[in-house]
Ligand binder design. Structure first.
Ligand SMILES: [Zn+2]
Ligand SMILES: [Zn+2]
Length: 364
């Protein structure tokens, strides 16, 4: 059943076609992806903003037929806009959720992400970022480690690539057959911080969203690794898919000029990354002053916030969504300090995973 409906599915109102057997769905500000095998079985990659479970279920039904469920959910990373519906969907579908071990602390209530950096500038979305939830969700009852061999559970012909920087355990997914890359937020195809770009959806390769990226050295290495894959199609967490020479040229330029075009001129993490280990955040640099937003930026931020949050909070209330409640409990269990290592426990990271500490403090 699923195979037939997957093959004959046409692009629907909210979904957009990416490549054979891959569809994207935008939930307000972020994309998630439905990825199918030739036999019709499928996997959900990322899970949208909070409150988007119904929209994701509807899209899945449209593509794969009613009552179809994936074999797994795979997370590129755990930022709130990529895991919003993950708990609800994992419970509903009774499926495992796969992530990289370095992302586990932020998915099991162990650690908050490093604080976002609203001082990086770049418009309404960045100025607003202080208001985004950054506390960890807890999905440990569904969480599974991505296989060490690089395979993607439930998907034939795909492998995952460790692409930290934007978050400590960020991964990207690659399908060799048509060189299709799902890059999460390792790089994006829209200028994420600009309110105008959010509205116009101009396709253009940009670095990871700056307000949430706490390790620019690692982020640079990750973009380089993805560029080396020579992708033919790239679909990212923010923006529309890009293809061919346009994609490859812009990706090469991003790698070459990363410190000029992707890394903000000023910001909390520009000269020093957040230090993390497999238990979460160890220390972060002190905050830098937040430039006073212009009247325009404030107005833009308020407008954007209104649309996004009205939708979210309405649904969250209705569904009794427990994101904030849960994270309040788990947050604070392991507070981090500024430039102060809290523990002297050595990090015991499984060497079979690409050594994450190699990527920290990598500066040119
Ligand atoms: Zn992100
Ligand atoms: Zn994102």
């Amino acid at each position: 059943m699923a195979a037939t409906s997957a093959q004959h599915a046409t692009p629907k109102r909210h979904t957009f076609p990416v490549a054979p057997r891959v569809w994207g769905l935008k939930t307000v500000i972020v994309n998630l992806y439905f990825v199918a095998n030739p036999d019709g079985s499928w996997v959900l990659v990322d899970a949208g903003i909070p409150g988007s479970a119904n929209k994701i279920k509807e899209a899945a039904a449209q593509i794969f037929g009613p009552d179809s469920r994936p074999s797994a959910i795979v997370l590129t990373h755990g930022h709130f806009d990529h895991v919003g519906a993950v708990k609800e969907l994992a419970e509903l579908w009774a499926v495992p959720v796969y992530a990289h071990p370095m992302e586990f602390p932020y998915l099991t209530g162990q650690s908050s992400y490093p604080p976002p950096d609203p001082s990086v500038g770049g418009g309404a979305v960045a100025y607003l970022s202080f208001a985004y939830p950054k506390k960890p969700i807890d999905i440990k009852s569904h969480l599974e480690l991505l296989p060490k061999d690089g395979s993607v559970p439930g998907l034939e012909g795909w492998h995952w690539i460790y692409t930290p920087g934007h978050t400590p355990g960020h991964v990207s997914l690659f399908r060799e057959e048509d060189r299709l890359l799902l890059a999460g937020d390792a790089f994006v195809t829209r200028h994420g911080e600009s309110g105008l770009a959010v509205i116009t959806q101009k396709r253009e390769v940009h670095g990871p969203p700056a307000y949430f990226t706490p390790d620019w050295g690692s982020a640079h290495h990750s973009v380089e690794a993805l560029c080396d894959l020579d992708p033919e199609i790239a679909a990212t967490g923010h923006g529309l898919p890009m293809t061919g020479e346009e994609l490859r040229q812009q990706l090469k330029r991003l790698v070459q000029d990363f410190w000029l075009v992707a890394v903000p001129k000023h910001g909390r993490y520009v000269h020093e990354p957040a230090v993390v280990d497999e238990y979460g955040v160890v220390s972060v640099p002190p905050p830098v002053s937040n430039p006073v937003p212009t009247v325009l930026a404030v107005a833009g931020a308020v407008a954007l916030a209104g649309v996004a949050w009205a939708a979210m909070s309405k649904r969250n209330h209705k569904k009794g969504y427990s994101y904030n409640k849960r994270s309040r409990h788990s947050a604070g269990q392991r507070p981090y300090s500024h430039n102060r290592v809290l523990r002297d426990t050595p990090a015991a990271i499984d060497p079979d995973y690409t050594n994450p500490t190699d990527h920290t403090n990598n500066y040119p």
